[in-house]
Design a protein around this ligand. Structure first.
Ligand code: ZN
Length: 658
């Protein structure tokens, strides 16, 4: 662990106490081994002028929802210092009352809620207070010999046994301040929890944290010198999709399943003793909110329905029933993390962000567990102590807050072909906005960079290349765990060739792109879709199917064939719950096909203005790619859960179709 302090950088934050607090908080946040994802908190005591111009003492303390890595001044709500300190004198205070009182001491009521450790920060006898859940120190405390090792390493610190965070911890520190000369100590070590350092100087408080952590790291290097085991194995993707399906079902909605198959993760998952060591508990109890107390351990080749997930739910329910109190509401019993024997660790979540957080924590937990096992033995807090944080009143209160309606495709994975522009692009964006993780395939390799910038995954892929299609589907499952929505949209349109002049090139290419490629996509995707959640295939056909026109035989035939393919697929896949529906768009002019020039010429042919031409349908509406995309997203949603094999015109009304 190295100090990241930099004089030149620090000078830019020298304007006031809070700016300096922002700077060293970010230094702490920059190191994943110190704090992760909203963990840790910092504060500074300062003076500000209130509304009347009177100077008052305040505590700026990290607010909830902020991350130390990226924190800014508004991330530190200001609390009246004297009142906040006085709360520590109470003999009892529920955490809900504490949170409510702290909010009344805020100078600005629209600031974020202050950290649950605000009282503790307020009573610490120094201007700058830094708190982390650093891996190295906490790992050492999670061993039977942990306390002895810590006392030997930190004779100059105050070492306190584990208690619940919040008011109880503030009270413990309040008592310690009376018993020990805390000010003269190098810091406070909280067993199974973390480290506090403090000083009137920001740099000194920060660098003391680094120094204390470094001592633990040195100890680990000496006593746990062996490298972590590594392994390398190819994964059966259908098994991964099967695991994801089982977890989604117990969660009650689609979950992404992000497999970490790095050599390090596979090495851990290949250990003979992994089922024993992985299920003793987390590094610190606050991880329980992200990862639950323990992961599900899944056999190498899970049987149908993945019985390990059912067993996990049963064990979680028993844990809840044993430890619950009357007022508790049970959380869903689905695992957030899996250890898949031989293949790595899996994080489950409704969004990639949730998965990333669970994955980061799991990576650190793997290392902590294996380190402790080398030195002594991994021993986490008891299930009861973990339960108390998982079912903390402050966490339970969040359940009662009204949430907006959930996004219909949260946790689902969608593949869209012909994704770079037009209807395909709009479909990607609408599905993404409705919560799906979207993979777009396109011949145009600009799809890669543009999709990344838009929070999606673009894969350059010629849909007429069978191998490329199969690889794209496998890459999707490997990355997100499965597949729920397939939109067959890629298509070409060559017009102006009447049947007697139709070239073999136009005919063959049109059939290959519009029809055969869709068959290849469906055939390759079907095994995964059968393991999908609310699985749907969506076919973008054409008004030409019901109402063909002259000069586009190949196009009309390909789309009619595509429609028939969809009807057969609807019948064949219905027993597996995969729905197949068709949309027939017409006159969607905001696509790459329709340049201003083409539009003008077409309008002239009909003796119309461009605007008249664009709206030549019964409803006189202009149809946009977004209209088609919205219909596709709705068809894939539970609104249409009882509909398969349907064909929906999106053409503004056409008397030949009606
Ligand atoms: Zn803490």
């Amino acid at each position: 662990m190295q100090s990241r302090w930099n004089d030149a950088e620090a000078r830019a934050f020298a304007e006031d106490d809070l700016a300096m607090r922002v700077y060293t908080s970010r230094l702490l946040g920059a190191d994943e081994d110190l704090v992760m994802h909203g963990g840790g908190n910092t504060s500074v005591k300062s003076r500000v002028k209130d509304f009347f111009g009177d100077e008052i003492d305040v505590l700026f303390v990290k607010g909830s929802g902020w991350d130390l890595k990226t924190i800014e001044k508004p991330g530190f709500p200001a609390l009246r210092l004297a009142e906040t300190q006085r709360l520590a004198e109470l003999s009892e205070l529920s955490d809900l009352d504490m949170a409510r009182l702290l909010r009344t001491y805020m100078l600005n009521p629209s600031s974020p809620s202050p950290s649950v450790e605000a009282i503790l920060h307020a009573i610490m006898p120094a201007k700058f207070v830094d708190h982390t859940h650093t891996d190295a120190v906490v790992t050492l405390t999670n061993m039977p010999s942990g306390e002895a090792v810590i006392r030997e390493l930190y004779p100059d610190c105050v070492v306190l046994p584990y208690v619940m965070p919040g008011f109880i911890l503030a009270k413990q520190v309040y008592d310690a301040l009376r018993e020990h000369d805390v000010r003269a100590s190098a810091g406070i070590i909280l067993l199974h929890h973390g480290v506090f350092t403090f000083d009137d100087d920001a740099r000194a408080a920060y660098e003391r944290m680094i120094e204390l952590v470094e001592r633990a790291e040195r100890y680990i290097t000496q006593h746990a010198p062996k490298a972590m085991p590594e392994a390398k194995a190819d994964v059966n993707l259908l098994d991964l999709a099967r695991i994801r399906c089982a977890v989604s079902k117990v969660r009650g909605r689609a979950q992404l399943a992000v497999l970490d198959r790095t050599p390090d993760a596979q090495g851990y998952a290949s250990r003979e003793d992994v089922a024993a060591i992985a299920t003793r508990g987390p590094i610190t109890p606050d991880h329980v909110i992200r990862t639950k107390r323990v992961p599900a351990v899944i056999e190498q080749s899970p049987a149908d329905g993945v019985p390990e997930i059912a067993a996990y739910v049963e064990a979680y329910t028993a844990y809840y029933n044993e430890l619950r109190e009357e007022t508790h509401t049970m959380l869903d019993p689905a695992p957030r993390v899996g250890v898949w024997r031989g293949y790595g660790t899996i994080s489950f979540g409704s969004s990639l962000k949730e998965c990333r957080i669970a994955d980061d924590i799991t990576r650190h937990t793997r290392r902590a567990i294996q380190t402790a096992e080398q030195i002594d033995k991994w021993e986490a807090l008891t299930p009861r102590e973990i339960f108390e944080v998982e079912y903390w009143s402050l966490e339970q209160a969040k359940l009662n807050k009204p949430a907006g309606p959930p996004k219909p495709h949260m946790g689902k994975v969608a593949i869209v072909s012909g994704a770079h522009s037009g209807i395909g692009r709009a479909a990607c964006e609408v599905l993404r906005d409705h919560g799906a993780t979207v993979v777009g395939l396109d011949l145009n390799d600009a799809v890669v960079g543009e999709f990344e910038a838009a929070g999606m995954l673009g894969i350059a892929c010629d849909v007429t290349d069978d191998d490329a299609v199969r690889r794209a589907i496998e890459a999707t499952v490997e990355r997100f765990g499965g597949l729920d929505i397939l939109v067959c949209n890629a298509g070409i349109f060559r017009t102006g060739e009447r049947i007697e002049a139709h070239t073999a090139d136009t005919w063959d290419k049109t059939i290959r792109v519009n029809l055969t490629a869709a068959q290849r996509l469906i055939t390759a995707a079907a095994p995964y879709l059968k393991l999908g959640i609310e699985a749907s295939i969506l076919i973008v056909a054409s008004r030409n199917v019901a109402a063909p026109g002259p000069g586009a035989a190949a196009y009309s035939v390909s789309k009619a064939g595509l429609t028939q393919l969809a009807r057969v697929a609807a019948i064949e896949l219905a027993p597996d719950g995969v729905r197949v529906n068709v949309v027939h768009p017409d006159a969607v002019f905001d696509t790459a096909l329709w340049t201003d020039d083409v539009l003008k010429r077409s309008a002239e042919r009909y003796g119309m203005s461009v605007q008249e031409y664009k709206t030549k349908n019964l409803l006189k509406v202009e149809i946009a790619s977004r209209d088609v995309a919205a219909a596709l997203s709705a068809l894939a949603s539970p609104t249409f859960r009882a509909t398969t094999g349907a064909q929906i015109p999106i053409d503004g009304g056409n008397d030949r179709v009606i």
